[in-house]
Ligand binder design. Structure first.
Ligand SMILES: Nc1ncnc2c1ncn2[C@@H]1O[C@H](COP(=O)(O)OP(=O)(O)OP(=O)(O)O)[C@@H](O)[C@H]1O
Ligand SMILES: [Mg+2]
Length: 179
């Protein structure tokens, strides 16, 4: 398999995106952001250090239209919220959760989960959501590759997933050629 291969699998609805470095992870975040609307949940799965926060940071900066926006990891606060311009010029809340240290489902309610779901939620360690996992959520699974890069597997992103994968891998290849 070459470095630029995408492995779309229409039957299972999974699209693989090769991310050789963190710039590619950020490019994926920027490519996914325009697909999101209020009410969407993006569940970011992957081991410690897989790149979940890196992806969320790029998504948030794009959603908030601020490429330099400070996006701290919510690993201690568990949630950070941002105001983004939504459809029709109305403000929309985007919430970035890291549930690694979540202390039971009651604690999620205290973090304002229900209200957050009216905007966009980005969730690291979504396994902790249990029964509160939103139906129809969009998944990005990140896996560390033997060469140090990452593979991303997109699930639930619909027909646009393949176009996203091709554009990210095209940008990555171009950046590699220019380097
Ligand atoms: N595609 C990539 N290739 C190589 N390194 C990457 C890639 N994407 C992100 N990284 C790097 O991986 C490291 C960990 O990233 P990050 O903090 O986003 O992981 P995480 O999944 O949020 O970790 P945690 O589980 O601790 O929250 C960072 O140094 C980041 O730059
Ligand atoms: Mg993280």
């Amino acid at each position: 398999m070459t470095q630029t291969d995408t492995t779309p699998c229409a039957a299972s609805g999974v699209t693989r995106v090769l991310l050789p470095d963190d710039a590619a992870t950020m490019a994926l975040g920027r490519a996914l952001a325009p697909l999101l609307r209020a009410g969407d949940a993006v569940l970011l799965r992957g081991d410690l250090g897989a790149g979940k926060t890196t992806l969320a940071r790029a998504l948030l900066r794009c959603l908030c239209d601020d490429p330099a926006m400070e996006v701290p990891s919510p690993s201690y606060t568990l949630v950070q919220t941002y105001d983004a311009p939504g459809e029709g010029g109305q403000e929309m809340e985007v919430s970035h959760f890291d549930l690694w240290r979540l202390d039971g489902p009651g604690a999620l309610a205290e973090l304002g989960w229900d209200d957050a779901c009216e905007g966009i939620v980005l969730v690291e360690w979504p396994e902790r959501l249990g029964e509160l996992t939103p139906p129809g959520a969009r998944y990005v699974d990140l896996e560390v590759r033997a060469d140090g890069g990452r593979d991303a597997f997109l699930r639930g992103w619909g027909a646009q997933a393949e176009a996203v994968a091709r554009s990210v891998e095209g940008d990555t290849k171009q950046a590699g050629e220019q380097a």
